[in-house]
Write a protein that binds this ligand. Structure first.
Ligand code: CUA
Length: 163
């Protein structure tokens, strides 16, 4: 009885844990063609507002920068990040928010978060990726939703990189 009860308890706890913190899906990508074709070509990087109202940020990490270097997102709306790396393991965290992931060559990292405060945040690489690691960082501009929506309506890829 005790063993059966213990096994049932383990199943319940494990089930609840996986429901609360599902493991991320494994999505692979070919590092040899990531710049040439598919989702992560340069013209497709940055922030988009989909026809369904979803905000998606696509970015690439490589020694020693992010592309785009400056990312625009709205506050108070779910934002999905999709990113990958081309050469070494990188990662990023946006200021003191919970937007935080590793970027591994050959894999697409994705998560969805909502930023509560407007303003600019630093986005450093937080995985040691080589001699230039400490100089690798980007910026994230979190705009009020109305301002973001007015900029994003055209459907083009947004970023705040000064060109
Ligand atoms: Cu990229 Cu550290």
């Amino acid at each position: 009885m005790a063993i059966t009860a213990l096994l049932v308890l383990v199943m319940v706890v494990t089930g609840l844990h996986w429901a609360a913190m599902p493991p991320s899906r494994v999505e692979t990508i070919d590092v040899r063609t990531v710049h040439i074709k598919g989702e992560f070509v340069e013209s497709n990087l940055g922030t988009t507002l989909g026809a369904d109202g979803k905000v998606v940020v696509r970015l690439i990490a490589q020694q020693y920068s992010f592309e785009p270097q400056c990312i625009v997102v709205p506050a108070d709306m779910p934002v999905t990040f999709r990113g990958t790396a081309t050469d070494a393991i990188h990662g990023f965290v946006v200021g003191r928010t919970n937007a935080n992931t590793m970027l591994i060559p050959g894999f697409v990292a994705t998560f969805t978060t909502t930023f509560r405060r407007t303003g600019e945040q630093l986005m450093p690489c937080h995985e040691y990726c080589g001699t230039g690691h400490e100089a690798m960082w980007g910026r994230v501009q979190i705009l009020p939703p109305e301002e973001f929506l007015s900029k994003a309506r055209g459907g083009e890829r947004l970023s705040c990189v000064q060109r």
